[in-house]
Design a protein around this ligand. Structure first.
Ligand SMILES: [Zn+2]
Length: 97
């Protein structure tokens, strides 16, 4: 009788431990999405319509001010996107003005 009782007790203990482990796992999984949601807004927020675009004397494309293609260029021209398009420039693919 005693052996059976002890056996049953340890089984219950193991079950409780397994449940606690499962609960901890579930809690960890459930907490992750909340952390992801608190990550700052996506970069797309900066893709508001550009006021001014820039062209290089040699290039056929117009760029945002922040574009890496402009960093090695001098004598940049400033345009509105509409004016640059009318002058025959096309939007740069890397800075997507
Ligand atoms: Zn560019």
């Amino acid at each position: 009788m005693q052996r059976k009782k002890r056996h049953g007790f340890s089984m219950a203990l193991a079950g409780a431990l397994a449940l606690a482990g499962l609960f901890a796992l579930t809690a960890a999984i459930l907490l992750r999405p909340e952390k992801r949601l608190s990550i700052p807004e996506p970069v797309q927020a900066t893709e508001a319509p550009a006021e001014e675009v820039y062209t290089t004397p040699s290039g056929k494309k117009y760029h945002r001010e922040s574009c890496a293609s402009l960093k090695n260029s001098e004598n940049l021209k400033t345009w509105t996107p509409e004016a640059a398009r009318e002058a025959g420039y096309t939007p740069c693919k890397s800075c997507d003005p």
